[in-house]
Design a protein. Structure first.
Ligand SMILES: Nc1nc2c(ncn2[C@@H]2O[C@H](COP(=O)(O)OP(=O)(O)O)[C@@H](O)[C@H]2O)c(=O)[nH]1
Ligand SMILES: [Mg+2]
Length: 233
C-alpha cells in the first residue's frame, strides 16, 4: 500500500528542494555582491541560540553592522529580545513549519536595509533535523549543541555535524553541575567530521565568546578575499 505513495512523493520533494535551492543561490549571490557574510545558526530549542546572538550583538557593537532574521513557529519573543541589541531584526513566523526556507529568508531580507549591513545572522527554527536540508543562501552553517541536551546529540544528529562549518558547544558554564562527557562528545563529532572547528562557549557567562567572534571575523575576511579572487580570476 505505501510503496506507490513513496515513489510519487520523492520527485515532489526533489522539486521542492530544487526550487528552494534556486532561491537560495539568488540570495547567496546578492549577499556576496554586497559583501555580507551570512550565518545560518541551527540548534535545538533551548540550546541558547538567541542568548548567543544577544551576547554576540553586544560584543560586535561599533565594529560590525549586523542584521538578524529569526524564525519561530509562533511569537515575536526572540525578535523582541534581539531588537534590544540590533535595529535590523526581522521575525519570521513559520506557523507549522519546522525550519526556515529560502523564500522566507528572501522575503524577510526585503525588510532589511542591506546597504548598512555587513553581517547577517539567521536564527533557524529550533530543530536539529529539518533545517539542515534547506539551503537559505547562507555563507556558513553553524551548528549549536549545549550541555543540557546530553552528550549523545552529535552522534544522533549526524547531518548537522557533517553540514556544519563550525560547531558550538554552549552552556559550558554548567559543566561542573552536569555529567556531560566532553571527550566522548568530541570523539563522536570527529568520526563524522574530522576537521570542523569546535568551540566551547557560554552565551550567559561569556566564556569562549572571544573565539567565536574571532571565528566570525576570520571567516568573513576569508570569504571576502575568496570573492575578490573569483572576481579577478
Ligand atoms: N547556564 C546557561 N544558560 C544558558 C546559556 N545560553 C542560554 N541559556 C539559557 O537557556 C535558555 C534558552 O535560551 P535561548 O537563547 O532562548 O535558546 P534558543 O531556544 O536556542 O534560542 C534560556 O533560559 C537561557 O538563559 C548558557 O550559556 N549558559
Ligand atoms: Mg531562540
Amino acid at each position: 500500500m505505501s510503496e506507490p505513495a513513496r515513489t510519487l512523493r520523492l520527485p515532489m520533494v526533489e522539486r521542492v528542494l530544487e526550487a528552494n535551492d534556486e532561491i537560495a543561490d539568488e540570495t547567496r549571490d546578492e549577499l556576496a555582491r554586497r559583501g555580507i557574510f551570512a550565518i545560518d545558526l541551527i540548534g535545538a530549542p533551548g540550546s541558547g541560540k538567541t542568548a548567543l546572538l544577544e551576547a554576540t550583538l553586544q560584543l560586535l557593537k561599533g565594529r560590525r553592522r549586523p542584521a538578524v532574521l529569526v524564525g519561530d513557529l509562533a511569537t515575536r519573543r526572540d525578535g523582541d529580545r534581539l531588537a534590544r541589541w540590533c535595529d535590523q531584526v526581522v521575525q519570521i513566523s513559520t506557523g507549522e513549519g519546522c525550519h526556515l526556507e529560502a523564500n522566507q529568508v528572501r522575503d524577510a531580507l526585503r525588510q532589511v536595509d542591506l546597504e548598512g549591513v555587513d553581517l547577517l545572522f539567521i536564527e533557524n527554527v529550533g530543530n536539529l533535523i529539518c533545517p539542515v536540508g534547506f539551503d537559505l543562501g547562507q555563507t556558513a552553517k553553524v551548528g549549536m549543541f549545549s550541555l543540557t541536551e546530553g552528550d549523545d546529540k552529535a552522534a544522533k544528529h549526524p547531518y548537522l555535524v557533517t553540514a556544519a562549518d563550525l560547531l558550538l558547544l554552549n552552556k559550558i558554564d554548567l559543566a561542573p553541575h552536569l555529567s556531560f562527557d566532553r571527550v566522548g562528545f568530541e570523539a563522536d563529532v570527529r568520526l563524522l567530521n574530522p576537521r570542523v572547528p569546535m568551540l566551547e562557549v557560554s552565551a550567559t557567562s561569556g566564556q569562549g565568546l572571544e573565539r567565536w567572534i574571532a571565528w566570525i571575523d576570520r571567516a568573513s575576511v576569508a570569504r571576502a578575499s575568496a570573492a575578490r579572487g573569483q572576481a579577478l580570476g
